[in-house]
Design a protein around this ligand. Structure first.
Ligand code: PGA
Length: 255
């Protein structure tokens, strides 16, 4: 099964509209020419979605997404943004259940399940983020936690819905800390995630689902992580803010 690698930039709460064109100018100069087998995605903050959609228009290998969404289509939910509103900007993807949302904003497996379904209903491709805390890893429950997060969010999807799902394994202790999972540990978790996906959907769908690794991915560790058979890309936070750094990670994916 050949899965195109997906290298995704999570800008979190960074950058302004004035930064967007300079970012893509620099990225275009530094990144390798787009090629089959390697795709890029950008997750900017909501106010920059349209500008990033415009900046990436016409690029076959690039897509754009929101960093979260609400599960209702509309209503009296001050401050929230629905999946349909994200789709309306021309964006194609949305992150669901990023650990910062789970840890800082009270998202639960149940709200992630609702958001995942709302994203699918709006025609988006959700990227479900899962990952254990340091305490959970040290207790030996990393695998159980990740599999619970995955199952609670993604059980009961139709075949067509499962085909639009991407997963990002992001150990919480690796995010923004400079610590990454050992490539072998990442591979083990990715393989376990794919096994569960096969039982939730089908072996064929699971075989085609991209499972990204995230957590302190940098230009100097990307190649070895992306070289693992079940690591199908990277979700990059800090290192994606610099267009040269992000381009170097895309170059690592291009091999
Ligand atoms: P990081 O963030 O690359 O800064 O560790 C990854 C993420 O949170 O998606």
């Amino acid at each position: 099964m050949i899965r195109p690698l997906l290298v995704a930039a999570n800008w979190k709460m960074h950058k302004s509209s004035a930064d967007v064109s300079a970012y893509f100018d620099a990225f275009d100069r530094a990144a390798p020419a787009p090629r089959a087998g390697v795709e890029v995605a950008f997750f900017p903050p909501f106010p920059l979605l349209e500008a990033v959609v415009r900046a990436t228009r016409g690029r076959r290998h690039a897509s754009v997404g929101g960093q979260t969404c609400h599960w209702q289509a509309q209503g009296a939910f001050t401050g929230e943004v629905s999946a349909g509103m994200i789709a309306d900007t021309g964006a194609r993807r949305v992150l669901v259940g990023h650990s910062e949302r789970r840890q800082l904003f009270g998202e639960t497996d149940e709200t992630c399940a609702l958001k995942l379904r709302a994203a699918l209903a709006a025609g988006l491709e959700p990227m479900l983020c899962v990952g254990e805390t340091l305490e959970e890893r040290e207790r030996g429950s990393a695998r159980a936690v990740v599999l619970r997060q995955l199952t609670r969010a993604a059980d009961g999807l139709t075949r067509e819905e499962s085909a639009r799902l991407t997963v990002a394994y992001e150990p919480v202790w690796a995010i923004g800390t400079g610590r990454t999972a050992e490539p072998g540990d990442a591979e083990e978790m990715h393989a376990a995630i794919r096994e569960i996906l096969a039982t939730l959907s089908s072996p064929e769908t699971a075989g085609a689902t991209r499972i990204l690794y995230g957590g302190s991915v940098k230009p100097d560790n990307a190649a070895v992580l992306l070289g693992q058979p079940d690591v199908d890309g990277a979700l990059v936070g800090g290192a994606s803010l610099d267009p040269h750094g992000f381009a170097a990670i895309v170059a690592a994916a291009c091999g």
